[in-house]
Ligand binder design. Structure first.
Ligand code: CA
Length: 509
C-alpha cells in the first residue's frame, strides 16, 4: 500500500463510536459532533482491520449489478417517508438490503461523480473537475487511469455498460446534438473502445438528454453509427440489460465468466417533462404543495420551476423504479439473485425548489445525499441500516473488497475500502466525515459529519456567507446557519477540511 493511501486511510479513519447497524427505518442514534480536536486517530485499515477471513462458502466470484439513475435524491425513495413518491420495487428491495442513508455524492455533478466511481480517486487527482463537453477539451477520463472495470477485467469478469457514460470529451467535428440542445455546446460523443476501460459489452452514449428518443452506440459501432430509438430510455436500457442477463445462446457475454453490469439511466435528470404519461398518471391532480413537502422549499428565484417539474420528477422516479423491478425479477427468474451483488444509487440529487434552487451542485442534502442500497443475500445484512459516511471515492475499493479483490485495489486509490463494515465487521474503522466539493475555480469545500454540514465559500462570493454550518440533527432542512454562534466547531471542521484538501492535493485554498 502506498504512503498516500495509507495516510489517507489513517486520517479518514477518525474514530466515531457506536455506529453499529440498526434495523431499517429505526431512527438512528445521532453521532456526537466532531468537536474534540484530539479525536483519536485510528491506525490505517491495513494495520487494524481483521483481514476478513472470508466466511464465504462458495468460492465463486459474485456478479455485480450497479444500477444508478441520474439526479435522484435519497429522499425520493418511498420507504424513507420523505418525498411522496411511489417506488414499490425500491421499497421492497430495501427490505432485502443494507441501507446507507449517510451516503454522499462528494462532488454532486455528473462527470466528477462518475470519475470517482470508476477510479476511486478525487476529481482533483483525475482532472475530472467538471462535466465533459466541448467547452472543456482537456476534461475527460484518461486512458491511463486504472478503473474498477480494468481491475474486474483482469480478474476474469465480463463487463457490460448500458446507458449514460459522460466521461468522454466531444471532438471536432462535433456530432449533431439533440433537438433540445440549443446552446451550441457539444456534449454527446462516441467513446472509442480503447477508452472504455475494458468494458466488453457497450450500449451507451456520453451525454444526450432526449429521454424519449435516446441514441446509443453498440460494442462494435463506428462513430457515425449511432442509433436513435423511439422509446423512453430507462425502458429501452432495461430491455437491453435483461437481454444481457438472459444471454440467450451466449450472445451477449461469456457465460463461463462472472459478470459486472452497469445500468446508468439518465432520468430523473432533466428535461423532467420527457416521461411517459403512464408514470405521470400516478401524480395526476396533485398540486405542488401536495408534492413539495420539504419545509425549505421556496418557489421563487431559481427554485420556481419546481412547481411544475416536481410531478414529472417523481413520475420519472416511479418509472425508473418499475424498470428496477424488472431487473430484480429477471435476476430471480434466472436464479442469479443469490450470486449477484446489486447496488442501487445515484450520482447526486436534485434541489427541486429547496432553498429556492434546482438541480445541483449544492452542499445541501437534497443535492448531496444520495440513495445507497446494497444487496448480497446471505453475506450483507438485509433490512438493515448503517450510518457509514460513504463517499463516492469509496465505491470502487469497497466493491472490489466485497468481490474478494482487495489486494487488487490500485495503490493510487484515495477512497477507503469499507467492505468489512458492509460484511458486518462492526469494529472496522469508520470515517468521521464525508468531504464536500463543487466547482474548482470559485466553488465550495467543506464536509458533512453525522451531525453537521460545513460549507466554505471563496471570500469573494457576492451573495452568500463565507461559512455555512448546519446542525442536521436539530435542523434537518438546513434552514439556520449557525456558523457565527459556534466558532469552535467551525474552527475544528475547517481545520479538518483543510487537512483533507492538503491530503488530496486540492489547490482550492
Ligand atoms: Ca448527473
Amino acid at each position: 500500500m502506498s504512503t498516500t493511501r495509507r495516510q489517507f486511510l489513517r486520517t479518514a479513519a477518525l474514530a466515531t463510536a457506536g455506529a453499529a447497524a440498526t434495523p431499517l427505518l429505526r431512527t438512528h442514534a445521532a453521532q456526537p459532533p466532531l468537536t474534540n480536536p484530539k479525536s483519536p486517530i485510528l491506525p490505517s485499515a491495513s494495520d487494524s482491520l481483521p483481514n476478513p477471513k472470508s466466511p464465504i462458502q462458495n468460492p465463486k466470484s459474485p456478479n455485480l449489478l450497479f444500477f444508478f439513475p441520474d439526479q435522484m435524491r435519497r429522499h425520493a425513495m418511498g420507504f424513507t417517508h420523505e418525498d411522496p413518491v411511489i417506488t414499490p420495487h425500491i421499497d421492497r428491495f430495501a427490505t432485502q438490503s443494507l441501507y446507507l442513508p449517510q451516503t454522499t455524492a462528494t462532488f454532486p455533478v455528473c462527470t466528477p461523480w462518475r470519475g470517482m466511481m470508476m477510479t476511486g480517486r478525487f476529481p482533483t487527482a483525475t482532472g475530472l473537475i467538471n462535466n465533459c463537453n466541448s467547452t472543456r477539451p482537456n476534461l475527460y477520463l484518461r486512458r491511463e487511469e486504472r478503473c474498477i472495470t480494468d481491475v474486474l477485467h483482469d480478474a476474469g469478469y465480463h463487463i457490460g455498460y448500458i446507458g449514460k457514460w459522460h466521461l468522454t470529451r466531444p471532438r471536432a467535428p462535433y456530432l449533431p446534438q439533440g433537438p433540445g440542445r440549443t446552446d451550441g455546446i457539444a456534449w454527446d460523443e462516441f467513446t472509442p473502445p480503447e477508452d472504455r476501460h475494458h468494458i466488453d459489452h457497450w450500449h451507451a452514449y456520453n451525454a444526450y438528454d432526449e429521454h424519449l428518443a435516446p441514441r446509443y452506440w453498440d460494442t462494435h459501432s463506428s462513430r457515425d453509427a449511432h442509433r436513435t430509438y423511439d422509446e423512453w430510455s430507462p425502458q429501452h436500457e432495461t430491455d437491453r440489460a435483461i437481454a444481457y442477463l438472459e444471454n440467450t445462446a451466449g450472445k451477449h457475454r461469456d457465460p463461463a465468466k462472472p459478470f459486472a453490469l452497469w445500468l446508468s439511466m439518465n432520468p430523473p435528470h432533466p428535461p423532467y417533462n420527457q416521461v411517459p404519461g403512464r408514470y405521470r398518471d400516478h401524480y395526476k391532480g396533485k398540486t405542488a404543495a401536495d408534492l413539495l413537502r420539504r419545509p425549505n422549499v421556496r418557489l421563487e428565484a431559481a427554485g420556481k420551476p419546481a412547481a411544475t417539474a416536481v410531478a414529472d420528477y417523481f413520475a420519472a422516479i416511479t418509472g425508473v423504479d418499475e424498470q428496477f423491478g424488472r431487473i430484480l425479477a429477471t435476476l430471480d427468474r434466472l436464479k442469479l439473485s443469490d450470486d449477484t451483488i446489486v447496488v442501487f444509487t445515484s450520482d447526486h440529487g436534485d434541489m427541486m425548489g429547496s432553498h429556492a434552487l434546482m438541480g445541483k451542485p449544492h452542499p445541501y442534502d437534497e443535492a448531496l445525499n444520495t440513495p445507497f442500497l446494497i444487496r448480497w443475500p446471505g453475506r450483507i445484512k438485509a433490512a438493515a441500516t448503517d450510518d457509514l459516511l460513504l463517499s463516492a471515492p469509496d465505491l470502487m475499493p469497497t466493491l472490489l473488497g466485497l468481490m474478494h479483490l482487495r489486494a487488487q485495489i490500485p495503490p493510487q486509490v484515495q477512497g477507503a475500502d469499507h467492505s468489512p463494515i458492509l460484511l458486518g465487521h462492526d469494529s472496522a474503522p469508520r470515517p468521521a466525515y464525508a468531504p464536500y466539493m463543487d466547482s474548482t475555480a470559485g466553488g465550495h469545500r467543506g464536509l458533512r459529519t453525522h451531525t453537521h454540514t460545513l460549507c466554505l465559500a471563496k471570500q469573494n462570493h457576492p451573495t452568500e456567507p463565507p461559512v455555512r454550518l448546519y446542525d442536521n440533527r436539530t435542523d434537518p432542512y438546513q434552514l439556520r446557519n449557525i456558523a457565527t454562534e459556534t466558532p469552535a466547531l467551525v474552527a475544528t471542521l475547517t481545520a479538518e477540511t483543510r487537512r483533507w484538501l492538503a491530503r488530496v492535493g486540492d489547490p482550492w485554498t
